[in-house]
Write a protein that binds this ligand. Structure first.
Ligand code: NAP
Ligand code: MG
Length: 475
């Protein structure tokens, strides 16, 4: 069995205790990682502080060169990284491969972005010269979930390093392996030891020690609202900035004039990708009543034909991350069963090809009461909740009728309806006649309302990892 140390100051460090890593496709433990506590976190933060003192002065062109080299090495190791990502998360191999490629793109993108990222001059008056410069925070903490370990590492660590910060990353206990591997590749690419430390372990111990450490200057958190609140409080205690990338209950809103053949595969993919364990999953279908029966029928047919199996066999749908998550998802389905109608799925899958893996059928639930738990809360499983609407006003009310505001999809052939929906939907991203834009590292991403604040991805993502200094010179 693989046993991996945490990566601190460029070296693996072991701990007395370890954390099991389970393959969700088989239910078997296949690796162990270090169980970091306050002592290891302190070592990692100190290493990052030391590295940060010089990394910020490394010329931009050189920082960019190292980031591009990381991207190149990710490219060279795509097959291995994708396999490891698929094995630890249960996501189908081709999705893991895509995630790996997108991760490489983040390092390339932020290498280019930082090379063209400047301060400005401000024409105050004739006797003063005013200019702004961007500076790094110092040491940034990155606390990330298990659903897209590589991609989320890429979108937050790459801009942070580009800006001149050094990083301490805590992956989720369930899926820490690709982060450790990427940390090694970054060293191989020439990133100084200590510039990217990866501390494994549990949230309540390693994560909490990291967010409370006085040597941290900024926190980028991606995960649940519940943990996000704890981390916001820890940051508030020390008045340091945070980026909160939290959950969602994102709708696809389908008008009667939509091109159904075009919408169908995208809507299905938006809820089945990564078994619905995606912050931006299209977990609600809000459909105009005149096409409701047709669309729901076609989604049920599509769900029935989905190939489900172990991640490494590259099916269309893999298992959920853990038994705990499966129980959680099944309890939401039961909640729907009580008041709505299960049009497809609804159960766990065991035995045969599914073995002891954590599989759940793709599940389509029609007539979901928007005010119910299932209509309001993030399920984080392959479960699509359907509600019908009469007109655009009602569609907007339903779309905005949860505490979340991460992503929305609008499907219509009418340009006025499209723009009106973009204007009225309260969400960080609104897609029209598409959904998710396949990763789009260029597109600023983040939540309205309880889905979070701050933006990652795109050129906007760079700003959060820096701070502006204004210089005023009297002439
Ligand atoms: P989670 O339970 O909130 O955990 C996220 C991370 O926080 C993990 O590394 C976890 O560690 C750590 N953590 C837990 N308690 C902590 C504490 N007290 N102090 C510091 N760190 C702590 O979320 P998850 O279950 O991994 O991921 C699913 C959630 O993430 C969903 O709500 C999803 O919507 C959200 N998400 C959002 C985005 C976005 O971009 N908006 C992207 C992906 C996922 P351990 O798990 O190791 O204990
Ligand atoms: Mg967790």
């Amino acid at each position: 069995m693989k046993q991996l140390g945490a990566l601190v100051n460029g070296k693996p460090i072991e701990t007395a205790g370890t954390v099991d890593v389970t393959d969700p496709s088989s239910g078997e433990v296949f690796a162990r990682t270090a169980d970091c506590g306050p002592a290891e976190i302190d070592q990692a933060v100190m290493a990052a502080r030391e590295a940060a003192a010089s990394w910020r002065h490394v010329p931009v062109a050189e920082r960019a060169r190292v980031l591009r080299e990381i991207s190149r090495l990710i490219g060279r190791h795509t097959a291995d990284l994708a396999r490891l990502e698929a094995q630890q998360t249960g996501k189908p191999l081709r999705q893991a491969r895509r995630d790996t490629e997108i991760t490489g793109r983040y390092f390339d993108f932020y290498a280019s972005a930082i090379e063209t990222f400047y301060g400005s001059t401000i024409p105050l008056d004739d006797s003063t010269f005013v200019y702004t410069t961007w500076e790094p925070h110092g040491v940034t903490a990155h606390i990330i979930p298990w659903n897209y370990p590589l991609q989320i590492l890429g979108r937050s660590v790459a801009p942070s390093l580009a800006m001149g910060n050094c990083c301490v990353l805590k992956p989720a206990e369930e899926a820490p392996l690709t982060a450790l591997r990427l940390g090694e590749l970054a060293l191989e690419a020439g990133l100084p030891a200590g510039a990217l430390n990866v501390v494994t372990g549990f949230g309540e111990t390693a994560g909490a020690a990291l967010t409370a450490h006085p040597g941290i200057d900024h926190i980028s958190f991606t995960g649940s609202v519940e943990v996000g609140r704890l981390i916001s409080k820890a940051a508030a205690d020390r008045t340091i900035p945070v980026t909160m990338e939290l959950g969602g209950k994102s709708p696809n809103i389908v008008f009667a004039d939509a091109e159904i053949d075009r919408a169908l595969p995208v809507i299905v993919n938006s809820i089945l990708q990564n078994a619905g364990q995606t912050c931006s999953a299209g977990s609600r279908l809000i459909v105009q009543d005149s096409i409701h029966d047709l669309l729901v029928g076609r989604i049920a047919e599509t769900f029935a034909a989905v190939d489900i199996g172990p991640a490494l066999e590259d099916p269309a749908l893999g298992p959920l991350i853990s038994e705990v998550q499966r129980e959680r998802v099944l309890s939401y389905i039961d909640q729907g069963r009580a008041h709505a109608s299960i049009r497809y799925g609804g159960g766990a899958l065991n035995g045969g090809r599914y073995g002891h893996g954590f599989f759940v059928q793709p599940t389509l639930i029609d007539g979901v009461d928007p005010a119910s738990t299932l209509g309001q809360e993030e399920v984080f499983g392959p479960v699509l909740a359907v509600t019908a609407f009469r007109d655009a006003d009602e569609a907007v009310r339903l779309a905005n009728g949860t505490d979340y505001g991460l992503v929305s999809g609008v499907w219509t052939s009418d340009v006025k309806t499209a723009h009106r929906m973009v204007r009225d939907i309260v969400a960080g991203q609104v897609f029209v006649n598409t959904y998710g834009a396949s990763g789009g590292v260029e597109l600023p991403f983040g939540g309205f309302k309880r889905s979070g604040h701050g933006r990652e991805k795109g050129a906007e993502g760079l700003r959060g990892f820096g701070q502006i200094k204004t210089a005023v010179i009297a002439l």
